[in-house]
Ligand binder design. Structure first.
Ligand code: ATP
Length: 332
């Protein structure tokens, strides 16, 4: 499939995307706008149930049959993914768009050696002799800092969690994808192994010069590793912009709450961290999704707030952000 990258434009653009569950008469993602620039890492953060994985599934063309895209579109390079027939979407997945999930245990079939599985993946995407496919597999296993030959000859159950996640990364990047969707790739690992996996992802992104959508519920991961970030609540993006700017100047009350409840290294550690009040399931159905947990909520919040520009690429959807406050941010 020939694709042309729009000059100067994003590699992936999600425009006004709405995903619905018709049987439940419910919109799970509402009017979402998101763009990832070539060679950049964008972090998507939100509590459980906010819609991060559904966004990933829609980009991959893998929404369950009970859900539908009922508005908007997703464009990758110059292709409208949301309008692609399944065979074309399948050709895109695993080749131009790679997917990494937290479920590395389920990535490989248990009783087939890793090497055999990698060779099969390579051969399924094009003609290549087995010996060449083996060489390619060993190259990428080595690239993710694994003892290549040993892992190639191992069954999945013979590897540790961190090694398996590295092997799944090798499999995902073997075709030098233009976009990697990493959905909580470190969540199921211990803290240090998880950090190393994220470091590896950043290294590979720079080496391959590809774009990454890093999905996480851990704000530290997003702040430490991404250039742009988007904050999701109840199926909507409530704030987005450069990570440094959103970190320095969080404007949406939800982003502020997330940042306040973050664990930081400090000499003066408080006895108790400020807890985030309420539950992620408290979502306003027809207005600002965060209204039920927001201390600034007013009657106006029964309507969906438009995205307003704070400065540069920094955008926020909040009625409580007054014009004066925006001007003050723009001046700071
Ligand atoms: N097949 C489905 N049918 C109906 N509702 C669904 C379906 N899949 C997901 N949902 C709902 O859509 C919302 C978003 O789910 P999603 O899995 O995208 O959340 P998430 O932010 O990825 O959460 P987590 O961090 O726990 O994975 C949730 O309320 C979830 O219950």
């Amino acid at each position: 499939m020939e694709m042309v990258k729009p000059v100067g434009g994003p590699i992936l653009e999600v425009k006004n995307l709405t995903i619905s569950a018709p049987s439940l008469k419910k919109e799970l993602i509402k009017s979402m706008d998101l763009a990832i620039q070539p060679g950049k890492m964008l972090g998507l953060i939100g509590e459980s149930g906010s819609g991060k994985s559904l966004t990933a599934a829609a980009i991959l063309g893998l929404l369950p049959p009970t859900l539908q895209v009922t508005g908007g579109k997703i464009t990758f390079m110059d292709l409208e993914i949301t309008a692609l027939p399944e065979n074309k979407a399948r050709a895109l997945r695993g080749r131009d768009i790679a997917y990494l999930s937290q479920n590395y245990q389920g990535f490989f079939t248990p009783f087939i050696k890793i090497g055999e599985q990698l060779v099969e993946v390579i051969q399924s995407h094009g003609r290549m002799k087995k010996s060449e496919a083996k060489e390619k597999s060993l190259y990428w296993l080595d690239k993710v800092s694994l003892p290549a030959q040993r892992v190639y000859d191992s069954y999945p159950y013979q590897l540790s969690g961190g090694m398996l996640q590295r092997a799944s990364i090798a499999s995902a990047i073997m075709f030098r994808p233009k976009l990697i969707i990493a959905d909580e790739p470190s969540t199921a690992l211990d803290v240090l192994t998880g950090e190393r996996i994220l470091d590896l992802l950043v290294e590979l992104q720079q080496e391959l010069n590809c774009s990454v959508l890093l999905i996480s519920h851990d704000l530290n991961h997003i702040i430490n590793r991404t250039e742009e970030m988007a904050v999701m609540y109840g199926g909507q993006i409530v704030e987005q912009g450069s990570t440094a700017e959103v970190h320095r100047n969080p404007v949406h009350p939800y982003t502020q709450m997330l940042l306040q409840s973050r664990l930081k290294l400090s000499r003066n550690i408080p006895d108790r961290l400020p807890a985030m009040e309420g539950e992620a399931a408290w979502v306003e159905k027809s207005g600002c999704p965060f209204a039920p947990r927001c201390k600034w909520a007013s009657a106006q919040c029964h309507e969906i707030p438009p995205m307003s520009k704070i400065n540069g690429s920094h955008l926020v959807a909040c009625h409580a952000v007054s014009a004066e406050r925006m001007k003050a941010y723009a001046r700071s």
